[in-house]
Design a binder for this molecule. Structure first.
Ligand SMILES: [Cu+2]
Length: 66
């Protein structure tokens, strides 16, 4: 499983938006978002480009913390 830190989530709507953004990426599965921790965890069926992940998160209105 891969875990990334996400900045800007404040409520369940944010969680849903991030879950949808990550779930829409090819190769990403089993997305779980933890609002309290500000983290998203997911499985990669194949290696997923980190830049693509960041791009989708930013497009959804959030940011990835390095
Ligand atoms: Cu929200």
């Amino acid at each position: 499983m891969t875990t990334i830190k996400i900045k800007g989530m404040t409520c369940q709507h944010c969680v849903m938006a991030v879950t949808k953004a990550l779930g829409g990426i090819e190769g990403v599965r089993d997305v779980r978002v933890d609002l309290a921790k500000g983290e998203a965890t997911f499985a990669e069926e194949k290696p997923v480009d980190r830049r693509l992940i960041r791009e989708r998160i930013v497009k959804a209105g959030f940011d990835v913390v390095d």
